[in-house]
Design a protein around this ligand. Structure first.
Ligand code: AR6
Length: 170
């Protein structure tokens, strides 16, 4: 099955879902953007689990395009799924890695038994991926994934991102 897709404009840390996806970096130790917001609102429990995951599995960091889950701390969710988007490159096509973030996050969601998953627009902030292209890759990747997840919500922080995703939904 492929999930139903919903678009919402707003702050992903205010959303309620089984799993909320974080646009993390490979250190798993937090950062700015949506990553900073998730750790701030979710509280220290999330970082503690990230540190433990680093120690047990990801000493060299979580590779780009992969995903891993922790508790959601104080967020209104059961899990946070951390994925590492690629930094945009104008000279190298990294779109398979961006698609992999969505596919791998949904695979982890399936392992957890999550039925509702919220995604931010991965790589479109600090990692500079052009919004229109990122929206196309995100929607195509979710539509191409066979998953038991029933609903995917893209939570777009601003109007520009919301419009870019809306344009890809037709
Ligand atoms: N809710 C939803 N979307 C948000 C929120 C929020 N609270 N805050 C920002 N966005 P970014 P990246 C949007 O930079 O490009 C971090 O430092 C934002 O407007 O968060 O994947 C990590 O630690 C943009 O559209 O993630 C990494 O080092 C989108 O989320 C690096 O940034 C993604 O922007 C990852 O860069």
């Amino acid at each position: 099955m492929t999930p139903r897709i919903t678009l919402v404009q707003g702050d992903i840390t205010r959303l309620s879902a089984d799993a909320i996806v974080n646009a993390a970096n490979s250190s798993l130790l937090g950062g700015g953007g949506v990553d900073g917001a998730i750790h701030r609102r979710g509280g220290p429990e999330i970082l503690a689990e990230c540190r433990a995951l680093r120690a047990s599995h990801y000493g060299k960091g979580l590779p780009t395009g992969q995903a891993v889950a922790t508790t959601a701390g104080k967020l209104d969710a059961r899990w946070v799924i951390h994925t590492v988007g690629p930094v945009y490159s104008a000279t190298e096509d990294r779109s398979a890695l961006l698609a992999s973030c969505y596919r791998e996050s949904l695979r982890v969601a399936d392992e957890l038994g999550a039925r509702t998953v919220a995604f931010p627009a991965i790589s479109t902030g600090v990692y500079r991926w052009p919004l229109d292209d990122a929206a196309r890759i995100a929607v195509e990747a979710v539509r191409a994934t066979d998953t038991a997840v029933e609903e995917v919500t893209f939570v777009l922080f601003d109007d520009r991102a919301y419009r870019a995703f809306t344009a890809r939904m037709t």
